[in-house]
Write a protein that binds this ligand. Structure first.
Ligand code: SAM
Length: 210
């Protein structure tokens, strides 16, 4: 879960200084590390928690949720009256996530949708205060365009892996890198978005819709 952007000593410092997580999150972090599940990890997750709390976001749509680690952080930050949408294309992930949500005490505020997150968004009603993009990287431009239509004004578009292990700085040799590069250029070129790229872990871009 550690990133490849800052140097090793700084990276270790960023994680060593974090307070311990509760038993459920700690177990999920261990499972992610053991099974190579690319969760955002606790440093980025704390930023998510802060973003949700500062913005007061209550309706949150997550595109790409895996075992539900980031979902639990959004759900806890947004509180009992929140409505958080979990999406993943793999039903096995969704089953596993559901058990974690129960144990984390947040299952009532989470709606689980299985399938392509870009399609699942069309199966929901109303607009969102916050949309988080963490799907396949070649889908980033399309996911952003879809998300923009459903994000409230003043809402946050949060996207993970926007530095893509530094590969964004080089000529793209894969559809994934091309997707992230195109996404980065698109958001910085949009008049109705105010983006900031944060070099935490693998890069997180936080945009406010104007
Ligand atoms: C990086 S992981 C998500 C990690 C999660 N956000 C976290 O930090 O705990 C990406 C997940 O998105 C799923 N995925 C990829 N593309 C998707 C899509 N178009 N729709 C739904 N799920 C997708 C994959 O199955 C994978 O579990």
């Amino acid at each position: 879960m550690s990133g490849k952007i800052t140097n090793k000593a700084v990276e270790e410092y960023l994680y060593d200084i974090l307070p311990p997580r509760d038993a459920v999150l700690a177990e999920m972090e261990k499972a992610a590390s053991r099974e190579d599940i690319p969760i955002v990890g606790p440093a980025v997750a704390r930023m998510f928690y802060l973003l949700a709390q500062i913005s007061g976001a209550k309706r949150i749509f997550e595109m790409g949720s895996a075992i539900g680690y980031s979902t639990i952080w959004w759900a806890r930050a947004a509180g009992p009256k929140a409505e958080i949408y979990y999406t993943d294309s793999d039903p096995k992930n969704a089953k596993r996530a559901q058990k974690f949500f129960k144990r984390a005490g947040v299952e009532k505020r989470i709606r689980i949708l299985t399938g392509d997150a870009l399609v699942m968004l069309d199966h929901t009603r109303g607009n969102f205060n916050l949309i988080f993009i963490d799907v396949n990287k070649d889908q980033y431009p399309a996911a952003m365009k879809k998300a923009m239509k459903r994000l409230k004004r003043g809402g946050l578009l949060v996207t993970d892996n926007t530095l893509w292990s530094g590969r964004v700085t080089r000529k793209a040799d894969s559809a994934a890198t091309r997707g992230v590069q195109e996404f980065n250029h698109l958001v910085y070129g949009m008049k109705n978005l105010f983006p900031v790229m944060i070099p935490l872990r693998d890069g997180v871009t936080v945009c406010r819709k104007l």
